[in-house]
Design a protein around this ligand. Structure first.
Ligand code: F6P
Length: 357
């Protein structure tokens, strides 16, 4: 083995650059390998491009930098494209073999992919055609079943908790109800952890469909006891009992989760007549410097991924179990990890007086 490749797919997460850095440094110092960075996720294999060798000098300063220097793309499988034929019909074509040819032309003997469930699913297709691939799990949502935690999650919690701390002071001044919508897709991890850390009164998560009357009664009760402000955290994937999740539609008809914060805000304003303000934290949760925890975890994952390559554990990804880094089949990354509505974390929050609707 002389040269390996790395790409980052799906949405970015704080810590991705630390993974790239750890891969390059470990490959060089422990094994004497070069690392080629593939740009824009798997899209980087759709066109011929000069091999981009990542030097030690290039990656050394990356530990603290958010985002990914390689770029990332968060949409479907670029190897499956629909083209128009000469007679005007449309048909799907599979570009996987072309992608494999480009990897070979670049001299990439094994590929490390850092990404979430979508990235691992595409990587699995490359693997099925003979590519030598290992994975690094990534998402701020912490919703991947095979690892105790993903890097980026801790940074997202810090951002969301900081937002709650700031909302609390202005809520108190104006006697307002502050609603904070956070990310997380179909898992309530960010909402739960930031909500508890930020002293929220109510936390609405996808795993527990909510009844707004319960939230309103709770706010009302606090007011009767002389506390005239409330903090409500709403996960973007939360939905009322018998209701649907909220999406907004972007150009091209792409559906994105989001908007439930405003709906909850309006419902609360209607039922208790208090002043309500809504903040949608959005992509602030994905940006900025990774926390020391995320730098540490990302560095361990990057370094361990190089060792998976050395051990030829194709089709495996690194994961954290307790304090140990282990390897698990990439296909298992597709299993989702949600908050247990009956688990001890939710129970603890309830014991503190937090309502889930
Ligand atoms: O999976 C990470 C995540 O930030 C989700 O929490 C959110 O729903 C989604 O990505 C947003 O994706 P995009 O950056 O494509 O809008």
């Amino acid at each position: 083995m002389k040269t390996i490749g790395i790409l980052t797919g799906g949405g970015d997460a704080p810590g991705l650059n630390a993974v790239i850095r750890a891969v390059v440094l470990t490959a060089k110092h422990r094994y004497g390998w070069d690392v080629i960075g593939i740009r824009q996720g798997f899209d980087g294999l759709l066109h011929d491009a000069p091999a981009n060798i990542l030097t030690e000098e290039r990656v050394r300063p990356l530990l603290t930098r958010g985002g990914t220097i390689l770029g990332a793309v968060n949409r479907g499988n670029p190897f499956r494209q629909v083209v128009e034929t000469a007679d005007g019909a449309v048909e799907p074509i599979d570009l996987t073999d072309e992608a494999l040819r480009r990897l070979t032309n670049m001299g990439v003997e094994a590929l490390i992919v850092a990404g979430g469930d979508g990235t691992m699913a595409i990587a699995q297709k490359l693997l099925d055609r003979g590519a030598r691939v290992v994975g690094v799990p990534k998402t701020i949502d912490n919703d991947l079943a095979q690892t105790d935690v993903t890097f980026g999650f801790d940074t997202a919690i810090l951002t969301a908790t900081d937002a709650l701390d700031k909302l609390q002071t202005t809520a108190e001044s104006h006697h307002r109800v502050m609603v904070l919508e956070v990310m997380g897709r179909n898992a309530g991890w960010i909402a739960l952890k930031a909500g508890v850390a930020g002293g929220a009164d109510a936390i609405l998560i996808p795993e527990i469909p909510f009844n707004i009357a319960t939230v309103c009664a709770h706010i009302q009760q606090a007011r009767e006891h002389g506390r005239n402000y409330s903090l409500i955290v709403v996960a973007e994937g939360a939905a009322p009992i018998n209701g649907a999740q909220e999406y907004y539609i972007q150009t091209g008809g792409v559906m994105r989760l989001g908007g439930i914060g405003y709906i909850v805000g309006n419902m609360i304003a209607d039922c208790i007549g208090a002043e309500v303000r809504v903040t949608v934290l959005g992509h602030l949760q994905r940006g900025g410097q990774p926390t020391p925890h995320d730098r540490w975890l990302a560095t361990r994952f990057g370094s361990a991924a190089v060792q998976l390559v050395a051990q030829e554990q194709w089709g495996y990804m690194v994961a954290l179990r307790g304090e140990q880094i282990v390897s698990v089949p990439m296909t298992d990354a597709l299993q989702m990890k949600q908050v247990d509505p009956n688990g001890d974390m939710v129970q603890m929050a309830r014991d503190l007086g937090i309502v889930f609707g």
